[in-house]
Design a protein around this ligand. Structure first.
Ligand code: SF4
Ligand code: SF4
Length: 328
């Protein structure tokens, strides 16, 4: 796989600082029932890297100490970490709002049949990737047969009240195919709602549009097709400074399966530790700059630097982009 990292290091992206920490986004590991071609963590049923019970206990300590409002769980398939259920219950008991980034198909896997009911009981918000309401587009991006299983997963969630009961939020994620910015969230959402309702009688709450980042597998594809420069030009020419205030890295800390901290999920994928300033180039990914959440328990992150590179233009282009969709 071709790597865009070195092409992104030099940047004129504005320096940004942390605001009050609100969300802890935790990657519970790379184990997944699927093996999507575009997966940015190379997750698969064979991956062994999952967060241990000990690190999950560190996560809970961090949530308490920092009085964090939202715990956002990612993977792999986060539900496949055996500690997932206990973590959700304990975080919910602390009054923390939990988000599960669910691939939908895991809900139908043998051994996970009770997961949808568990999520509903604990009022976990479900965020699920659904790059299109057309079968051929979803299967092209996520693998053959994934569309049908995703529809089944959505129907199961609807049956449990998701997308219908206002306390059971079901949000879908759209990302463009090819080198375009996503269309307006406000325009696409009604089309998704109409099509999924008419075709499959499925309801959901919000559609989040997310810009593709020029890193990892998508970055590699851009390089292979000779489109990297054109895509970066698009991101930079669509820069909108109005998006800076709402950047998710200002209020979110991302944690990998070993408990190390990053300013966002993209920086985690790049191995770019949290808080590095533009002078970071000398540091190695596994070097002294990398911090475990245990080392940050007593630190006030507010006002601290956010590690930026040229990929950050992906968050400020057009209407902006974050794990919660468009910014403006
Ligand atoms: S479902 Fe998500 S985590 Fe699993 S392989 Fe696909 S993209 Fe990766
Ligand atoms: S990629 Fe986006 S969220 Fe991550 S540090 Fe850059 S601007 Fe912030």
């Amino acid at each position: 796989m071709k790597d865009t990292f070195d092409l992104l290091v030099e940047t004129e992206f504005p320096r940004i600082k942390r605001a009050q920490l609100e969300t802890l986004q935790v990657n519970l590991g790379y184990l997944c029932n699927q093996q999507c071609l575009h997966c940015h963590v190379d997750a698969s049923p064979r991956r062994k890297e999952i967060m241990t019970a000990e690190t999950i206990s560190d996560v809970l300590d961090f949530l308490k100490q920092k009085e964090i409002k939202t715990l956002d769980l990612t993977g792999g398939a986060p539900e496949m970490n055996p500690e997932f259920f206990s973590l959700v219950e304990q975080a919910t008991d602390l009054g923390v709002h939990v988000i599960d980034r669910c691939n939908l198909t895991v809900l139908l896997e043998k051994g996970y049949e009770k997961t949808a009911a568990f999520l509903a009981e604990n009022k976990v918000e479900v965020v699920a990737s659904m790059p299109c309401y057309l079968e051929e587009n979803v299967d092209a991006q996520r693998g053959k047969g994934v569309f049908d299983l995703s529809i089944e997963g959505l129907k199961l969630l609807n049956k449990k009240g998701y997308g219908i009961d206002e306390k059971l939020q079901l949000n879908l994620v759209y990302n463009p195919q090819g080198i375009n910015l996503p269309p307006s969230q406000n325009v696409l959402e009604p089309a998704y709602k109409r099509e999924l309702k008419q075709r499959f009688d499925i309801s959901f709450n919000n559609l989040y549009t997310i810009t593709n980042m020029p890193i990892k597998r998508f970055g590699s594809t851009l390089l292979s097709k000779g489109l990297f420069g054109e895509y970066m030009q698009l991101l930079k020419s669509s820069y909108s400074k109005d998006n800076l205030a709402g950047l998710m890295c200002r209020t979110t800390l991302s944690v990998d399966w070993r408990g190390y901290a990053y300013d966002c999920d993209f920086n985690q994928m790049l191995g770019l530790p949290a808080g590095l300033t533009v002078d970071w180039v000398e540091d190695t990914v596994d070097g002294p700059a990398r911090k475990h959440i245990n080392d940050l328990l007593q630190s006030d992150l507010k006002g601290g630097d956010i590690a930026i590179m040229d990929h950050c233009y992906g968050c400020t282009a057009g209407n902006g982009s974050s794990c919660g969709g468009a910014l403006i």
